[in-house]
Design a binder for this molecule. Structure first.
Ligand SMILES: NC(=O)C1=CN([C@@H]2O[C@H](COP(=O)(O)OP(=O)(O)OC[C@H]3O[C@@H](n4cnc5c(N)ncnc54)[C@H](OP(=O)(O)O)[C@@H]3O)[C@@H](O)[C@H]2O)C=CC1
Ligand SMILES: CCCCCCCCCCCCCCCC(=O)[C@@H](N)CO
Length: 354
């Protein structure tokens, strides 16, 4: 191609990139301030939800936490009270199961009553649970149940919240908490990942549709978080799943809460909290709204090299190139587990004795 035709094209690409990048920096937009706002946090009695509720209380927000277990809620409220910034702050807990529209609407109504009937300004949907186990052990009931605790525990609250915000003309925020397992998956998560992927689908539809009402939508994709929920899931997690997860260094709930808050403040749509998350976000973004075109390009490049690593597998199983080859090592870890798994299948009566 002639220099005369390539040069203008390159300049055009460069100018467009700079315009998009500067536009996304949000230099001229005002950051969200939770002070005096009513924040509704589901799953606020434990782990990430509790850390987020604490952060919001420290920043002067009115906070309502929702979860099922009353004892855990009371303990959390004592912690939140300890961080109160002013006597005016309304800090309350509500015991409801939020994996149905009725439960979510009832929780929302109860929380609104403390504010003269006005619905909350921001919804942080942290409720959820995972129960890692082999696919072979599932049945229709367990699949539906796990879809309820991954997808339903957030989707129905989003529905109830949207209806109320629209009715009252509140231009609020809805923040979903998915997982990096909403971008990819591994052995053991066949009933959890689908719900976390589904949350992405829902968030993308709502990011578009709720523009109609001036409601902002965000979705978070954290890796391992050291929480009570994580401790519980590890009690039954297949060994091979634990092994693969060793390569994820994990984060504290406080670190994740801080990253969620900053992401929301900056108006990011897909919020990832660590390097691992950034790579998976950039390499599975498709045509989802982007945060930063420049840094996404960098992370996507690493993602691309990862793709290259996977294609090498066709020729040899032994090629090893640091990080890009991660996916390869996952498959070989699973393959190495086959012999042990055959015993498992026999013990459970799935296959006959040899
Ligand atoms: N920990 C991790 O490694 C990761 C977690 N995540 C996601 O982050 C979110 C928070 O997890 P984590 O920080 O570990 O929190 P925990 O598992 O420690 O706590 C979960 C909270 O959600 C509440 N909850 C669960 N189901 C319901 C329900 N149906 N109705 C109402 N409340 C409910 C629990 O209270 P109660 O049981 O009393 O109702 C509790 O307050 C979840 O959505 C999880 O999937 C994402 C990536 C990694
Ligand atoms: C590009 C190469 C990077 C290499 C490192 C990748 C390691 C990923 C391992 C899997 C992490 C699983 C996190 C689960 C979080 C979660 O949602 C559950 N704890 C359920 O609560």
């Amino acid at each position: 191609m002639e220099y005369a035709t390539v040069a203008p094209a390159l300049v055009l690409v460069l100018v467009t990139t700079v315009i998009l990048a500067v536009g996304k920096m949000g230099l001229f937009s005002k950051k969200w301030d939770p002070r005096g706002q009513h924040c509704f946090v589901t799953g606020g009695s434990s782990g990430t939800g509790l850390a987020l509720a604490l952060l919001l209380v420290k920043r002067g927000a009115h906070v309502s936490i929702v979860a099922r277990n009353e004892g855990k809620l009371q303990k959390a409220i004592a912690e939140l009270e300890g961080q109160r910034q002013s006597a005016e702050q309304i800090i309350k807990s509500y015991s409801f199961a939020v994996d149905s529209e009725a439960g979510s609407a009832a929780a929302l109504q109860a929380a609104s009553e403390a504010h003269g009937g006005r619905c909350p300004d921001a919804f942080f949907l942290c409720a959820g649970a995972s129960r890692p186990s082999f696919w072979i052990d599932q049945n229709e009931e367990s699949m539906r149940k796990d879809m309820d605790s991954s997808y339903g525990a957030q989707a129905f609250t989003a529905l109830a919240a949207t209806k109320e915000m629209v009715k009252q003309g509140v231009k609020g925020k809805v923040v979903f908490v998915s997982s990096v397992l909403g971008y990819f998956s591994i052995v053991g998560y066949s009933t959890y990942s689908p719900g976390k992927f589904a949350l992405r689908g829902l968030a993308e539809a709502l990011q578009s549709e709720l523009i109609l009402y001036g409601i902002d939508v965000h979705i978070v994709f954290p890796g391992t978080i050291y929480t009570p929920g994580y401790e519980t899931e590890n009690l039954t997690k297949p060994k091979v799943t634990l092994k693969i997860e060793e390569s994820d260094s994990g984060s504290t709930p406080e670190y994740v809460a801080d990253a969620i808050f900053k992401g929301v403040q900056k108006g990011k749509f897909h919020i990832t909290v660590d390097f691992l998350g950034h790579i998976f976000r950039a390499s599975s973004a498709g045509s989802s709204p982007r945060n930063s075109y420049l840094s996404d390009m960098f992370f996507a490049l690493i993602g691309y090299v990862r793709g290259f690593g996977v294609s090498l597998r066709c020729r040899s199983d032994t090629v090893q190139i640091a990080l890009p080859i991660w996916r390869l090592t996952v498959d070989s870890t699973v393959r190495a587990h086959r012999v042990e798994h055959e015993d498992y299948l026999r013990q459970r009566g799935y296959t006959g004795a040899k």
